[in-house]
Structure formats: structure tokens, C-alpha cells
Design a protein around this ligand. Structure first.
Ligand code: NAD
Length: 491
């Protein structure tokens, strides 16, 4: 099942060296498809973070002084090594967090292309000449922050690492990365490819460990000028509090509870395929942009729920490494417990269970090694009460809730009735209505007649409590650059 028979130890990358943690402690990585320990990662802490920041500081001057074309060439070479090792990398990622091959492999291949996109942008960093006085030459330049910190979650650790690190270093920063304690292995292995690509030591450092130790030490460190964080809204709040002491710049990509709105005039077969995929096969619902609230026009509510049921019942739960698998397990035991708690909460609050709800050993034969895995089948609750916990809180699992709406105004009201504002989907053949909704929905991304389509050339970010800052898009390096104005008085 696992790709290695005996659990292997993986090491942190600090100043170009592979190192265990200073305290000598380890964290077990469990394969969520089997519940078995398959690897160990260092339980890094504040001392390792200090070492990594020191290395990033020493590497900074020469890295930012490199001509942009040289930085770009090194990034392209990194992308090439990622592609050469794609097969190993997606397997490590999928073994660690249970993401099915269908998702894990293209995500990492896409991230290699994103590194190349950022390489191109490195050569386009410009400033502005703004002549404010006849006696002076005045202009602005954009400069890297310096040493920056990156904290990432477990649902797509490697793709996020590749995408964000490449943007940060393309802009001339050096970086310390704290990957997720539940799924760090693929990041540690990909970090080793930096040296092969010729990226100098200390430019990228990776310290593994718990958020409460290594993560907090990175956020509180006075020499870190910016933190880019992707994770839950609760941790985003904590990071905001901890970064106040040194007024750090923050970019926060947080949670979501995204509505997928289906009108009666939509192509219902296509909508059912994509709406079901958007919450179930999409990393078993462990995606920030999962379409977890399905809003359906009253006239087709019963019919559409039946269409979703038929899609869900055809989905194959299984070994994430198998290309026939549609849905892997949840990423770790704590997430499994959390999702099961929401299954209970939905029932207790009075939502109707339309389908699903079974977990773990209920889903596999007695002989199957997957019985001990953290599997939850595609589940749908129905309710008319948008205030239930299952309608308001991010579950981060294959559990959706469907609610009926009366008309367009009602759909917008229900869709926006959330603290989150990450994404939304609209299904209709009425172009005027679709365009009106793209303006009224409170979301960083709105899809019409499709869902969960991202591209590195299109900006991505959250509104409301889904975060601040924008990644991707032609201006993505702006996240990693500061403005400086220069005023030369010459008379
Ligand atoms: P999390 O907030 O628990 O952890 C994310 C990272 O933060 C981990 O590396 C963790 O170790 C670290 N961390 C935890 N506490 C910390 C602290 N006090 N200081 C510094 N670092 C700390 O999130 P998660 O459970 O790993 O990921 C799931 C969440 O991520 C979901 O809410 C999901 O919506 C969100 N997410 C958002 C996006 C987006 O682009 N908006 C993308 C993916 C995931």
C-alpha cells in the first residue's frame, strides 16, 4: 500500500543541508488510506527556525542582486527537475494526505508550469517614473521584502509550496517555509531538488514541525518581513495577532463555504456532474473552494438531488495511488473525527440525510487494508434552515448541504449569508442573470456553468473572512514586493 515498506525518516532543508530537528524529536506521518505510519519528519521548533532565518538572511544580498534573467533561468531549471521527478512527487503527496492520483498528479505538473510563469514575471518587475517637480527626478521602484515566511496547509502541500516559493524567490526574497505537520514529506523531497537546479543554499529553507511551535516562531521572528499563510480562518486570526508586534505584512488565504447555485434552466446533467465533483472528488471535499453549499431552485430541487445521488453512488473510494480512484480518504485522524462530528451535528440539528453518511470500516470488506483508513462516503444533507452548523461552518470533507431557493434574489441572499467569501458557482443558461450574479455574489472567484477551475494567470483570493491578498495572475509578484520612492533634487 505505502510506497516504502519500512517507515522512512525525512530531513529539513536549512542552509542547503539536510538536518534533523535541534531537539531530536520526530513526528509520525500516517498514511490515511491505511492508518499506518509510513514516514517520520523532524519536529522542528524555534531553534530550527532561527537557523533557517539566519541562512535566509545570509543568502539574501547575493540572491536579490542576481540579474532577473539569472533568477528566471534557475527557476526554469527547478521546474524541469520537478517534471523529471513528477512520478515520485505525486506518489509522496498522495501517500501522505490521501489525495487521489487524478488530482495530485496534475496539480504538481501544473505547479511546475506555474514556476515557469513566475520565472517569466521575474523579468518584468518595473517601477514608475512620476515627475512631480521640474527640479527633481522622482520615480518608484519595487523591491523584495527580504526574508519572508510561508506557512501552508495539508490539502495540497506540494503544489502550494512550488507555486508560492517560486513567486517569492522570483521577486528576489529568500524564504523559510513551514509545511503542514500532517503532510510534509513531498515538500521535503521537492526541496532537495533546489540544489540540483542550481538555486543557491539558503535561498529556500524548510523547517517542519507543529504550528504551535515552529509556525509561531516563524510568525513572531523579528527578521521575517512578511508571512504568507494558507490555512484555516481560525489560524489566520492567531497569525494576525502574533504578527502585530513587528507589524509584519500578511497575505492570508483562508477557508470557504462556497455556494454552487443551480437554476432550473441550467443543463442539469452537466451541472450535476460538476457540482458533485466540486465537493466530493475534489480532494474528498478538503479543498478551500469546495462547493459545499448547493443552492437549487425549488422547481427542480427533488430532481437535482436525485441526479447528485446517482453521481455520488458511482464514485469509487479507494487507494489514492490507483488511477481508478475518484475519492481518497480524509488526510488524517483529526480531520476524520471532525467530519464525523459534523455528520452527527447535521442529524441532531434536524437536517435530512439524503445520502451517504457511512465511514471507514462500513465501506470496505473485512479483508480490505483500507478498513482502517479515514474514508467518508459522499454525503448530502437537505435543509431549509441556513443557520445550521452544516450550512455555516467549513466541514472540509465530502459533506454538502442542499437548500432550495425561490428566485434570483433569494439565491443571492442565501449565497451571501456566510462569513466566508472565497468562491461561488452559478448554473443557468440565462446570460443576463449570470452576469448580474457575478456582480452580486460576495466571492473572490465566480464560475458560470463550470466550477473549481483555476489558472495561474488568473488572480485568486478571498473576500470577507476568506482572506486578504491575491495570488496568481499577472500581478502575483506584487504580493512579494514593496514600493520604494526615490526623489533626486537636482535643481
Ligand atoms: P491550519 O490552519 O490548521 O494549518 C495550516 C498551517 O498553519 C499548518 O502548516 C499549521 O502547522 C500552521 N499553523 C497552525 N497553527 C499555527 C500558529 N499558531 N502559528 C503559525 N502557524 C500555525 O489549516 P489546515 O487544517 O492545515 O488546512 C485547512 C484549511 O486551509 C481550511 O480552512 C482551508 O479552507 C484552508 N485553505 C485555504 C486555501 C485558500 O487558498 N484560501 C487553500 C487551501 C486550504
Amino acid at each position: 500500500m505505502a510506497i516504502y515498506d519500512e517507515p522512512m525518516d525525512y530531513l529539513q532543508l536549512i542552509d542547503g543541508e539536510l538536518r534533523p530537528s535541534r531537539n531530536g524529536q520526530w513526528i509520525d506521518s500516517v498514511n490515511p488510506a491505511t492508518g499506518q505510519v509510513w514516514a517520520r519528519i523532524p519536529a522542528g521548533g524555534a531553534e530550527d527556525i532561527d537557523d533557517a532565518i539566519r541562512a535566509a538572511k545570509s543568502a539574501l544580498d547575493s540572491w536579490r542582486a542576481l540579474p532577473a534573467a539569472s533568477r528566471a533561468a534557475l527557476l526554469r531549471s527547478w521546474a524541469a527537475t520537478v517534471r523529471e521527478n513528477l512520478d515520485t512527487l505525486w506518489r509522496l503527496d498522495a501517500t501522505d494526505n490521501g489525495r487521489a492520483r487524478r488530482e495530485a498528479e496534475p496539480a504538481i505538473a501544473g505547479a511546475a508550469s506555474q514556476i515557469e510563469f513566475h520565472a517569466g514575471l521575474a523579468e518584468t518587475i518595473t517601477g514608475d517614473t512620476v515627475l512631480v517637480s521640474d527640479s527633481a527626478t522622482t520615480y518608484s521602484v519595487r523591491e523584495p521584502f527580504g526574508v519572508v515566511g510561508l506557512i501552508i496547509p495539508w490539502n495540497a502541500p506540494l503544489a502550494m509550496f512550488l507555486a508560492k516559493v517560486s513567486a517569492a524567490i522570483a521577486a528576489g526574497n529568500t524564504i523559510v517555509v513551514k509545511p503542514p505537520e500532517r503532510a510534509s514529506v513531498s515538500v521535503l523531497v521537492a526541496a532537495q531538488l533546489l540544489e540540483k537546479a542550481g538555486i543557491p543554499r539558503g535561498v529556500v529553507n524548510v523547517v517542519t514541525g507543529e504550528g504551535s511551535s515552529a509556525g509561531e516562531a516563524l510568525v513572531r521572528h523579528p527578521d521575517v518581513r512578511k508571512i504568507s499563510f494558507t490555512g484555516s480562518t481560525a489560524t489566520g486570526r492567531r497569525i494576525t495577532e502574533n504578527s502585530v508586534a513587528n507589524i509584519k505584512s500578511l497575505a492570508l488565504e483562508l477557508g470557504g463555504k462556497s455556494p454552487n447555485i443551480v437554476f432550473a434552466d441550467a443543463d442539469l446533467d452537466q451541472a450535476a456532474d460538476v457540482v458533485a465533483a466540486g465537493i466530493y472528488t475534489a480532494s474528498a471535499g478538503q479543498a478551500c473552494i469546495a462547493g459545499s453549499r448547493i443552492l437549487v431552485e425549488e422547481a427542480i430541487f427533488v430532481d437535482f438531488v436525485e441526479r447528485l445521488r446517482s453521481r455520488a453512488s458511482a464514485m469509487v473510494l479507494g487507494n489514492p495511488l490507483d488511477s481508478r480512484t475518484d475519492m481518497g480518504p480524509l488526510a488524517f485522524d483529526g480531520q476524520y473525527d471532525k467530519v464525523r462530528e459534523y455528520l452527527e451535528s447535521g442529524r441532531q440539528e434536524g437536517a435530512t440525510l439524503a445520502f451517504g453518511g457511512r465511514c471507514g470500516s462500513e465501506l470496505f470488506t473485512p479483508e480490505s487494508p483500507l478498513r482502517e483508513g479515514y474514508f467518508v462516503e459522499p454525503t448530502l444533507f437537505l435543509t431549509e434552515d441556513p443557520q445550521l452548523r452544516v450550512c455555516q461552518e467549513e466541514i472540509f470533507g465530502p459533506v454538502a448541504v442542499a437548500m432550495p431557493f425561490a428566485d434570483e434574489a433569494d439565491a443571492v441572499r442565501l449565497a451571501n449569508d456566510s462569513g466566508y467569501g472565497l468562491a461561488a458557482g452559478v448554473w443557468t443558461q440565462n446570460l443576463s442573470r449570470a452576469l448580474r450574479l457575478t456582480r452580486r455574489l460576495e466571492a473572490g472567484t465566480v464560475w458560470v456553468n463550470t466550477y473549481r477551475r483555476l489558472h495561474w494567470a488568473l488572480p485568486f483570493g478571498g473576500q470577507k473572512e476568506s482572506g486578504t491578498g491575491t495570488s496568481n495572475g499577472p500581478t502575483t509578484l506584487d504580493e512579494w514586493l514593496e514600493h520604494k520612492s526615490v526623489w533626486i533634487e537636482h535643481g
